[in-house]
Write a protein that binds this ligand. Structure first.
Ligand code: LIP
Length: 264
């Protein structure tokens, strides 16, 4: 079995166990553990517990790998492989009881910097719908056993998704970007989980997605799903404090990039 297939098998098994724990904790009642960059940027006890479970399972299975997670200290490994993990992507949804959240686990090689790493394997698990999205580089993207493909035709305009950061000061600029992009859209969705937005692009449930200010763990796994489903993903303004991620079928991806390039 190739390294990529070994890694995606491990990622999906851990993501499912972690997602089942997140769902159990949600049913028991979620407790706010702390706020981070702003009052709106929250972390729950479940975020921390789920990340610790994922981190421990990976440590036992692959002790030489590195780890980059949303809720705990980064650790360099010596294997050249780093796991990029968001234990509960869509944390605010999770805290409110909105079922749009996911466990996101990616294995990358070389750099642990978004846009520089080589993605090898990805698992995005949606506990509320029990849907497992997976991809291994060179082997395609899947929803359970079904192979995924991005959309290629958008005759009525593109069904796009986006998101907004936790800092209210960034909302005006992000809304101005939405206004610039809306002429190519049929409609807009704002589901609150980058990992699920990207998984839905890979599955053809969305035609494209764009969002400024994501963290590496928000998009590491979902971006590989899109690429392995035949789509394109770009991370632009990487030197800024709020890089912009664009994902979609090739044509939608190009049209959004063209609009954003005119913006600068
Ligand atoms: C979230 C992203 C979402 C974005 C939110 C937040 P978190 O990640 O998945 O797309 O709009 O601002 O960044 O914080 O739930 O892991």
């Amino acid at each position: 079995m190739s390294l990529e297939l070994e890694l995606v098998d491990l990622a999906s098994r851990i993501a499912r166990e972690a997602g089942d724990l997140a769902r159990l904790r949600r049913a028991e009642g979620v407790h706010l553990a702390a706020t981070k960059s702003t009052l709106a940027d929250i972390v729950t006890d479940a975020d921390r517990e789920v990340e610790m479970l994922i981190r421990e399972r990976l440590r036992v299975a692959r002790p030489g790998d590195g780890f980059l997670g949303e809720e705990s200290e980064a650790e360099r490994g010596e294997s050249g492989i780093t796991w990029v993990v968001d234990p509960i992507d869509g944390t605010v949804n999770y805290a409110y009881g909105i079922p749009s959240y996911a466990v996101s686990i990616a294995a990358v090689r070389g750099s642990a910097v978004a846009g520089e790493w080589e993605a090898l394997a990805a698992a995005v698990y949606a506990p509320a719908s029990a849907e497992m999205f997976t991809a291994a580089t060179g082997h395609g993207a899947f929803l359970e056993e079904a192979r995924l493909s991005v959309t290629t035709e958008t005759p009525a305009g593109a069904l796009l998704a986006t998101g907004f950061g936790y800092d209210p000061a960034t909302h005006d600029g992000d809304l101005a970007t939405v206004r610039r992009i809306m002429p190519i859209a049929r409609d807009l969705r704002r589901a609150g989980s980058a990992a699920l937005d990207l998984a839905f692009v890979a599955a053809g449930r969305l035609d494209g997605y764009f969002e400024r200010g994501l963290k590496p763990w928000d998009h590491a796994a979902g971006a590989l799903l899109v690429v392995e489903a035949g789509g394109s993903v770009s991370l632009i303004d990487r030197d800024s404090t709020r890089p912009m991620l664009i994902a979609g079928g090739t044509e939608v991806h190009r049209r959004v990039i063209d609009i954003l390039r005119d913006e600068t």
